[in-house]
Design a protein. Structure first.
Length: 149
């Protein structure tokens, strides 16, 4: 069983005032490139933007989950961006995105990567959790919303 609480780190939570998808992705990439798991910042950044060009990762319900699986990542790392005002992400429901989960995984972590992606989607279907995330004041408060999930 994968528990998000074991993977999420307060160091990779940001409260953003960004106004565009590209600006948000750049901020999230910059946030996560401090991780020892991101072995090549440039290739990580390129992969994130290339993935987003294929199809929007705005999955609806005010969320986007950009994700990459590349050899330049040593282990799964997840960044969370909270954008209270919301931004256009070309989401499937055409609603603004307020919560972004940026997932980076090694190309050898296929099963864990898929399980984490599915778990985030499942957990974030809870409207109360989404509302609490957007209202959270600290990174620790954000992480605490993932207890036991």
């Amino acid at each position: 069983m994968i528990y998000l609480k074991e993977i999420l780190k307060a160091d990779y939570v940001a409260f953003l005032e960004t106004t565009s998808k590209d600006e948000t992705l750049n901020e999230m990439i910059h946030l996560m490139d401090r991780s020892e798991n991101i072995l090549d910042k440039n290739k990580f950044s390129q992969a994130v933007f290339q993935r987003e060009q294929i199809v929007s990762t705005g999955i609806g319900l005010g969320m986007a989950i950009p994700h990459v699986k590349i050899k330049e990542v040593a282990d799964i790392t997840i960044g969370i961006g909270i954008i209270r005002k919301g931004i256009d992400w070309n989401a499937i429901d055409n609603k603004p995105v307020h919560v972004v989960f940026l997932i980076a995984a090694s190309d050898s972590q296929h099963e864990a990567y898929l399980r984490i992606l599915a778990k985030i989607v499942l957990v974030m279907k809870n409207q109360s959790r989404r509302e609490k995330l957007i209202k959270a004041e600290t990174a620790e408060e954000v992480i605490s919303l993932f207890e036991n999930v």
